[in-house]
Every structure is written in structure tokens, then in C-alpha cells.
Design a protein around this ligand. Structure first.
Ligand code: ADP
Length: 477
């Protein structure tokens, strides 16, 4: 059984569950301990105990530890990327890329330990000086999803640690292996006991324990909208700081004047890579009528060339769906789309391969109205809906007609329309002639409306969540 990391010690749990490879459900990667509330409580206590020394300790040393974590992640990217592909199902290339990105994030925040700035001002009162500084919060609880099993724990943990907080990480039930490796790396890089703790187990037990414990100053959560709403309310009730990254129903607008090849690539990449299991996936393709039929036909043709299969196999573009429950959700939505009157132009079928896995061919719907459920609800699978519009104005209105607001893209050669879209899109991230998914590690990530709550993640903006501001007045006498 893979143990928990609590207070610098590896601790076994009362029970364990198998981690199953979605490309080959006969394969058990390992058994992972399932913590109970008492273990979550012990991890919180360890993090609380470690906080004073860590927060007041050398920022040089902190940076060195984070840098060493980044170096090891990058050096071991082929091996860890493979583990990631085995437990989550994205392709090997995607798994390796994600691991390298996790390493780069640690290196970015290693530098940030030395760059945290404040302000020095004069007071309106003569002889008084004012300083504004940022301080760490204390123990932070990180609750993460399965779709980026190393990058999301990394971008939360690196920022939390860089600014002097101590951490309890609760990874998703489906993907404990990457989080376990990350914990092992952080521990061996020299993080003092209790600075970083890993508690694997059910959200309803371990996640809830973190959310409810008064010693946990802040919760950073990425996951579903429903769970996020519950966590947000619980944190608010006890005055804990909370950051929520939740769903998306991201539009990619394609105008008549777009470079068609580029638009097709953006759509296929954004909607179907990583098996469509990205909160930034382009699930609504909003296309003006002059190019609509050519675009839909070209995407369908591209989809027929995409190879769906075992995540580790050469030449596979799209790995399996993460588990049976998600596969059933995807199939349900494909059914709902058909019943609502949308036309399935490509894919949407179970695919049989040599290994038993959750393989689904990328599904493209046309004749979709933006009021249909497949255009409004996040599916989180390889399913995209093409919506026909008259012109740019209607495209923009449809793009914004959604409860979500994470990422929004446009493919166009028109500077005027690209600029108007950048200004008017109600989304945290806007992409011009690029897929809606795929972001840089050194700039803010997050959304508007129902997609996100609280300050942005990543880049220097992460300090807004992981620190609190202190204003000090000094009169020298
Ligand atoms: P999904 O349905 O895609 O797994 P969730 O939002 O349920 O998305 O899961 C995201 C993370 O939130 C996971 O780590 C999960 O264990 C955790 N989680 C689920 N329910 C709760 C809860 N009630 N309290 C705290 N964390 C939870």
C-alpha cells in the first residue's frame, strides 16, 4: 500500500484502493492508502506545527528546495509522464509535457521566494512611516482534480510553499500516483517535516476534513462546479479564504475570414486533445455561416484521422476516458444531444482496442442550438458542439451566453474583430488564433462568472491568494 505523508513520516492507512489504468482496466498501478478523518486531522496538526519555522525561515533555502523539486520533475519527466499517462489516460507525450510544466512551475516559484515585494510610503502624519507587506496565511488545504494530476498539485503547492505557507494536499481519488511522487520529491528535496503533507482519500472524508478544520486558513480547490459551491459555502461560514476553479463551456468562434486550416487545428486540439477532459476545452465551436459547412466537414475529416487508443501506444492522439463513470456521462450527453435534435457528424462511438479500456471516438455535433443541454452543461469529455451564427455580433453574443467564463477563443484575420472579442468576451482568458486550452505557466489562470471564485492562480498573481497584506505604521519618535 502506498502510504500517506504526514509530518515527515510515511504512514499506512486503515484501507487502500487500487489505482486502475483506464487504457487497460486489468492493470492495477498500485494500491493507495485511503485516509480517514483522523489522518487528515494529524496532517493538519503537522502542517500547523511546521508553519512558524517555515514561514520565518530562510527564503534562500525555500527557493533552493523548490528549485530542486523542479529539477527532479524535469529530469524524471519521461518516467513520471508515463505514470501520469497510465493513471489518467492522456497520451504519453501529453503526460511528459505536463510533468515538465509542473517542474517549470516549481522553478518559477523558486525565484519568486526572493522577489516578494511590498510598499514603503510616507504617512499623511509627519514623522510616521507606512509599510505594506505580504505575509503567509498558515496551513493551506489543496484539493485537486484528476485531469491534470501533476500540474495542478504543482501549481498550487509551489505557490503556497514559496510564500511561506505549509500544505496539506488531497489529490483526486482517481489519480493519487502523481501526487504521491510529488510528495516524495518535495520531501527528499529537503522540505522540513510537516511543511508538505499528502492525504489521499475520499473527498467526502478527507476533503471535508480540510474544509471544516479551523486550523486550515485557506482552501484552493479545482474540480466540479457542484463540489466547488459546497466548499465555498463551508469556507465562507468559518471565514476561511477560498479559491475555486471549476467548470467551463468554452467557446471557440470561427469567422468567415479565418485561416481555415488554423481554425480546424485550434478546434481539434482545443476540443479533443487530452480526451476533451480539460476545463479549458473548446466545447462550443461557434461558426459564421459563410464558412460553417466547410469548417464542420474539415473538422469531421480530421477527426476520422485521429487515433484513439492506449495512452502509451505510439501514434495515439487521443487516450481513453478516465473511468467508467465519466464514460457513461459522455455517452449520456451524446444521447441527450441526439434527442435534442442535434446531428452527430462524427464519432461518439465506443471503440474496441486490444486492451480493455474506456475508449470513445471524438464526437462532433452540428445543428446545435446554444440553448440545448450539450451547449450549456459541461460534459468534460471528447464531445464538441458546432453552433451556426450569422455574423461576428451574433457569435460574440452566443459566446457570452453561458453561465461559465473560463476561456474564450476566436479565429479570424480581422484585427477589428479580434480586438473587439478580446475586449468583450466575458472570460478570464482569451485566445486569438489559438486553442482555448493550453496556457503558459508564468501568467494568471482563472475565469469569470461560474467558472472561478477568488484570486487567480499562477504567475505572480498567485500571491494575492497565498498571502495576506499587512499595513504597518511606525513613528520613530
Ligand atoms: P469530479 O466529479 O470530476 O471528480 P469533484 O469536484 O467531485 O470532481 O472532485 C474534485 C476534488 O474535490 C477531488 O479531490 C474530490 O475528492 C474532492 N471532493 C469531492 N467532494 C468533496 C467534498 N464534499 N469536500 C471536499 N472535497 C471534495
Amino acid at each position: 500500500m502506498k502510504p500517506q505523508l504526514i509530518g515527515g513520516a510515511w504512514v499506512t492507512s486503515p484501507t487502500a484502493t487500487p489505482n486502475i489504468n483506464p487504457s487497460d482496466t486489468r492493470e492495477v498501478i498500485a494500491e493507495f492508502g485511503q485516509a480517514d478523518a483522523a489522518q487528515a486531522c494529524a496532517a493538519i496538526a503537522a502542517a500547523a506545527e511546521a508553519f512558524p519555522a517555515w514561514s520565518r525561515g530562510s527564503i534562500q533555502r525555500r527557493g533552493e528546495i523548490l528549485d530542486a523539486v523542479g529539477s527532479e520533475l524535469i529530469a524524471r519527466a519521461p518516467e513520471l509522464g508515463r505514470l501520469l499517462a497510465r493513471e489518467e489516460g492522456k497520451t504519453l507525450a501529453e503526460g511528459v509535457g505536463e510533468t515538465i510544466r509542473a517542474g517549470q512551475i516549481f522553478k518559477f516559484f523558486a525565484g519568486e521566494t526572493l522577489r516578494l515585494t511590498g510598499d514603503a510610503l510616507r504617512s499623511v502624519r509627519p514623522g510616521v512611516e507606512v509599510s505594506v507587506t505580504r505575509e503567509p496565511l498558515g496551513v493551506v488545504g489543496l484539493i485537486t482534480p484528476w485531469n491534470f494530476p501533476i500540474a495542478i498539485p504543482a501549481w498550487k503547492a509551489a505557490a503556497a510553499l514559496a510564500y511561506g505557507n505549509t500544505v496539506v494536499l488531497k489529490p483526486a481519488e482517481l489519480t493519487p500516483a502523481c501526487a504521491w511522487e510529488l510528495a516524495d520529491i518535495i520531501q527528499r528535496a529537503g522540505a522540513p517535516a510537516g511543511v508538505f503533507n499528502l492525504v489521499m482519500g475520499p473527498g467526502s472524508v478527507v476533503g471535508a476534513a480540510l474544509v471544516e478544520d479551523p486550523r486550515v486558513a485557506a482552501i484552493s480547490f479545482t474540480g466540479s462546479t457542484a463540489t466547488g459551491a459546497r466548499i465555498g459555502q463551508a469556507c465562507m461560514a468559518r471565514n476561511a479564504r477560498v479559491q475555486l476553479e471549476m467548470g467551463g463551456k468554452n467557446p471557440l468562434v470561427v469567422l468567415d475570414d479565418a485561416d481555415l486550416d488554423l481554425a480546424v487545428e485550434c478546434a481539434v486540439n482545443g476540443a479533443f486533445y487530452s480526451t476533451g477532459q480539460r476545463c479549458t476545452a473548446s466545447s462550443r465551436l461557434i461558426v459564421t455561416e459563410g464558412v460553417h459547412d466547410r469548417f464542420a466537414a474539415a473538422v469531421a475529416e480530421r477527426l476520422h484521422k485521429l487515433v484513439v487508443g492506449h495512452a502509451l501506444e505510439d501514434g495515439v492522439h487521443v487516450g481513453p476516458v478516465v473511468d467508467r463513470r465519466q464514460l457513461e456521462t459522455d455517452l449520456d450527453y451524446i444521447d441527450i444531444g441526439r434527442k435534442e435534435g442535434a446531428r452527430l457528424l462524427a464519432g461518439g462511438e465506443l471503440v474496441t482496442r486490444e486492451t480493455p479500456g474506456h475508449f470513445l471516438s471524438p464526437a462532433l455535433f452540428v445543428d446545435v442550438d446554444n440553448s440545448m443541454r450539450i451547449a450549456r452543461e459541461e460534459i468534460f469529455g471528447p464531445v464538441a458542439a458546432v453552433i451556426r451564427v450569422r455574423d461576428f455580433d451574433e457569435a460574440l453574443a452566443v459566446a457570452n451566453d453561458t453561465p461559465y467564463g473560463l476561456s474564450a477563443g476566436i479565429c479570424t484575420a480581422s484585427l477589428k474583430h479580434a480586438t473587439a472579442f478580446r475586449q468583450e468576451a466575458r472570460a478570464g482568458m482569451v485566445m486569438v488564433n489559438l486553442p482555448t486550452a493550453g496556457v503558459d505557466p508564468h501568467v494568471p489562470f482563472g475565469g469569470q462568472k461560474a467558472s472561478s471564485y477568488g484570486p487567480r492562480e499562477q504567475g505572480r498573481y498567485a500571491a494575492e491568494f497565498y498571502t495576506t497584506v499587512k499595513t504597518a505604521y511606525t513613528f520613530a519618535g
